[in-house]
Design a protein around this ligand. Structure first.
Ligand SMILES: *Cc1c(COP(=O)(O)O)cnc(C)c1O
Length: 344
């Protein structure tokens, strides 16, 4: 039996429509600015996020770092919550690429409290560095796919403006946030200065992320992309998949959220494990036994997932796990939780 792969939504494969789009894509050298398919994708992404311009990059991490480096001056301070992807998972790039100072902001499950921003601000003086950027993550990966609602985004925006901060939204899964909130992506991104999102996660494209923002910002981010080695030549072959992702793959994301709720329900109430109430496509188990014991036991039932800490396991739902696979994964979770209890 083929394993049920819940390690990440990044494991999704291109759809048949994407293979057709790749075969038919009009190409050019995008480093020279000549690839019409990349241009179409960038325009579409900018339009959907309500920004002036867009930029296609090889990864979400590169798009975050290009954004941070563009907004931040040497030694200036960026605020983000301590569990954010840009601080936790990007190899210390804010320090090495943007040469930024980093300060954390209080957040609950990754949702930032707008009224606690002011206390974290350093105002430039002879002694203290300026604070110029806030990074918000929606949905929030380590927050278990938590969603920051639109009114909170608006409150963060007005506090940030008052405090002189630009906002970059790490929206790797902002289309999941849009599906969870029942609003358009533009209704979320109108409250930020720049946003990135991944085409390569729940939207099923093989490679790539978009960064969108003001034209001037995107011009400079393009320079950072070059510096980071992220200029790609006939990138239209990938951008073609990105266009299909944006046109055909966003409306179905709510299905993945229902799948996550089904997985969570399969272990809720079992002893030795606590589960989040998934707001999007990420399920997090807090387990009494070592996370590795759970992962091995689930693998024995054909279910793959990843550790999220010593006693924490993450499962991510996506397009390539169908309803029958979710049933099987629920049965596996139930078997592991009830057969083994707190001690595996
Ligand atoms: C996946 C992810 C990224 C980075 O994407 P890569 O393409 O893997 O570099 C950035 N932010 C968040 C919140 C993510 O989940």
């Amino acid at each position: 039996m083929r394993p049920i792969d819940l390690r990440s939504d990044t494991v999704t494969r291109p759809t048949p429509a994407m293979y057709r789009a790749m075969a038919e894509a009009e190409l050019g050298d995008d480093v020279l600015g000549d690839d019409p398919t990349v241009h179409r994708l960038q325009e579409l992404a900018a339009e959907m996020t309500g920004k002036e311009a867009g930029l296609f990059l090889p990864s979400g991490s590169m798009s975050n770092q290009a954004a941070i480096a563009t907004w931040i001056g040497d030694g200036e301070t960026l605020l983000a919550d301590e569990d954010s992807h840009c601080l936790f998972y990007e190899g210390g790039a804010p320090a090495t690429v943007a040469r930024a100072m980093v300060r954390s902001v209080p957040a609950e499950n990754g949702v930032i409290d707008p009224y606690k921003l002011q206390q974290r601000i350093l105002v430039q003086s002879e002694h203290t560095p300026a604070t110029t950027l806030l990074v918000v993550e929606n949905t929030h990966n380590r927050g278990g796919g938590s969603v920051t609602p639109v009114p909170t985004m608006a409150a963060i925006r007005s506090e940030a403006t008052r405090l002189g901060l630009n906002i970059h939204l790490d929206g790797a899964r902002v289309f999941n946030a849009s599906a969870a909130l029942g609003v358009s992506v533009g209704q979320i991104t109108e409250h930020v200065d720049s946003v990135n999102f991944c085409l390569s996660k729940g939207l099923c494209a093989p490679v790539g992320s978009m960064l969108c923002g003001p034209s001037e910002f995107i011009r400079e981010a393009r320079y950072w992309r070059k510096r980071l080695g992220g200029g790609m030549r006939q990138a239209g072959i990938l951008a073609a998949c990105g266009i299909v992702a944006l046109q055909e793959m966003t409306d179905r994301l709510a299905e993945d959220h229902v799948k996550a709720q089904r997985l969570a329900a399969a272990v809720r109430g079992a002893s030795g494990v606590k589960v989040n109430d998934p707001q999007s496509n990420i399920v997090v188990l807090q387990v009494e036994a070592p996370a590795t014991d759970w992962i091995e036991a689930l693998a024995g039932h054909g279910v793959r997932c990843l550790p999220f800490g010593a006693q924490s396991v993450r499962l991510v739902t996506h397009h390539d796990v169908d309803s029958a696979s979710i049933d099987a994964a629920c049965a596996a979770l139930d078997a592991v939780a009830s057969r083994h209890g707190p001690r595996l």
